[in-house]
Ligand binder design. Structure first.
Ligand code: ZN
Length: 300
């Protein structure tokens, strides 16, 4: 069943489309709601989508005070910038965040400045990051289990897209919430999410960790859930290697990221998704693709 913002994925999992009021950013940021004896939100999204998150919760039939946990897959502004706003609206929720990223949520000044530096105007559109009170954060550890009274979420550190990245696995239902560790999926097609600093070995090790879980379903931080999770992870591993080879070679030939993208579009048929996007979505993808190429290129 699909509503305006809510899509049922499994009996205990809903996909929330936050629809931030930024042109081209609808169906881009996935937030997830796990309904069990306890309730959890995975990635509350940016501050500008705080209202959208509450609307999605209402549509899902879950009250803000019924949320026990807000889990952050990583602390990039599009996933975590709204955590401070969310805990204000959800009085019983605590934020679960990678132990080493935790200080940046309690005091987000450095994170906000880094966001401004990396994203510029887009960071301002996403909205300023509010702090989360120290007494409302929980440090996530590798291999930790989050007990939602009827659903257990296994937490695995999966660095690569970000150093403090984690993924969540609902083993009973075979569902992997991969954040950005399995790339970015647009209308079913996946591209690497490899901003600088890019470390190929670290990223492959994280994908291998996820492959070992053999998920039936793969839920992306961008955007949505798909069956054949294991096959998708294996394809992503191959794609990372193929892109890395192309980007390294073309960088060696003196090509810039824009020129390398032209080569990738010739060699990777999955990039044909770019041809069917509207202009605003296309501009969004162009910026993010060039940033991923820049990551691989600077490590070449
Ligand atoms: Zn993201």
């Amino acid at each position: 069943m699909t509503g305006i913002r809510v899509t049922n994925i499994s009996p205990n999992l809903k996909l929330l489309d936050l629809k931030p009021p930024i042109l081209g950013y609808g169906k881009f940021i996935s937030s997830y709601l796990v309904n069990s004896g306890k309730n959890a939100i995975i990635d509350p999204g940016p501050a500008v989508a705080a209202g959208g998150l509450l609307e999605a919760l209402a549509e899902a039939g879950t009250k803000p005070e019924e949320i026990d946990y807000i889990v952050l897959t990583h602390i990039h502004i599009d996933h975590a910038g709204g955590a401070g706003a969310a805990v204000k609206a959800m009085p019983n929720a605590r934020v679960v965040v990678h132990e080493r990223a935790l200080p940046h949520m309690v005091n987000p000044e450095k994170l906000w400045n880094a966001s401004l530096q990396t994203l510029g105007d887009l960071a301002i559109k996403y909205g300023e990051i509010e702090p989360v009170p120290a007494e409302r954060v929980i440090a996530a550890k590798d291999n930790m289990k989050l007990d939602l009274a009827g659903t257990e979420l296994e937490i695995y550190f999966t660095p690569g897209h970000a150093i403090h990245h984690l993924s969540l696995f609902d083993r009973a239902h075979g569902i992997l919430l991969a954040g950005e560790a399995a790339g970015v999926c647009t209308v079913g097609k996946v591209r690497p999410a490899t901003p600088p600093p890019f470390k190929l070995d670290e990223m492959l090790a994280s994908v291998d960790k996820l492959i070992e879980l053999k998920p039936a379903k793969l839920c992306y931080g961008h955007f949505g859930c798909y069956d054949n999770g294991l096959a998708r992870l294996k394809q992503y591993r191959e794609k990372l290697l193929a892109w890395h080879k192309i980007v390294t070679e073309e960088t060696g030939r003196g090509k810039n990221p824009q020129e390398i993208l032209t080569v990738l579009r010739e060699k990777d048929s999955d990039l044909s998704y770019l041809d069917i996007l509207g202009n605003d979505e296309y501009q969004r993808e162009l910026v993010l693709l060039l940033n991923s190429i820049r990551g691989m290129s600077s490590a070449a």
